[in-house]
Design a protein around this ligand. Structure first.
Ligand code: SF4
Length: 219
């Protein structure tokens, strides 16, 4: 832990504002079961959720089980997911992961973080997306938005996503973990851009280390 001191009043205020501005923030990937969400989340690496949602309806129609993904020729899978980018690695990750699900877990996605992160191509971020959204199991997803905004808001000084996750888990009440991730992601997509964040219209500005300082160069 980086030992950053953040007042609980500041955290409460940030959470309250996020609840007010983003009451309906949720996962923007389309899915109907844990396996579909797992596949979508793998596809969403370095790709927009919007693009993933264009590819998955046909993919999910074609493959209805972990066994089906495990057995499809990799070239065919690559073609079907090509537009999401990094399709070779993604196809490999999907196949390897589904092979294990089919052989060891009866085709089911295990609702358990420690087991999920042992699967090929599945890190804590993907595992937390699946656990939070398909099973309602609390976790904080540290993607690029959550990492950037947490730093700007002074909630962490860590750079490593796993350490950021640990610090945020210590600061944020557990019942808020899932929503907090969605809300920060939505704020990052709509206002707190990586380049030129819209600080002048940001409701979090009074609590933001980055936005408060007028002299801070807004990259
Ligand atoms: S004040 Fe600026 S940097 Fe801070 S959260 Fe808002 S948009 Fe982001």
């Amino acid at each position: 832990m980086g030992g950053i001191h953040t007042s609980s009043l500041k955290v409460k205020s940030i959470l309250k504002i996020l609840d007010e501005f983003y009451p309906d923030a949720k996962c923007s990937l389309d899915f109907e079961d844990p396996l579909e969400l797992l596949i979508s989340t793998i596809l969403s690496a370095q790709c927009t959720d919007e693009r993933v949602n264009k590819v998955t309806p046909a993919l999910f129609e074609k493959h209805r089980s972990a066994r089906a993904y495990a057995e499809v020729p990799i070239e065919e899978l690559e073609q079907d997911i090509r537009s999401t980018g990094f399709y070779h690695n993604k196809a490999l990750a999907i196949k390897e992961c589904c092979k294990i699900l089919a052989n060891r877990f009866n085709g089911q996605v295990p609702p358990d973080l420690e087991t999920l992160v042992e699967l090929p191509g599945i890190g804590r971020k993907t595992a937390n997306v699946v656990l939070g959204n398909a099973f309602g199991i609390p976790g904080i997803v540290v993607d690029t938005h959550v990492a950037r905004l947490s730093a700007r808001l002074g909630l962490t000084r860590e750079k490593d996503p796993n350490k950021i996750e640990q610090e945020l888990m210590a600061l944020i009440p557990k019942k808020k973990w899932i929503n907090f991730s969605h809300q920060l992601i939505q704020h990052g997509r709509t206002i707190c851009y990586a380049r030129k964040p819209k600080c002048s219209i940001c409701p979090l500005r009074p609590y933001c280390d980055y936005g408060l300082d007028e002299s801070t160069p807004k990259a």
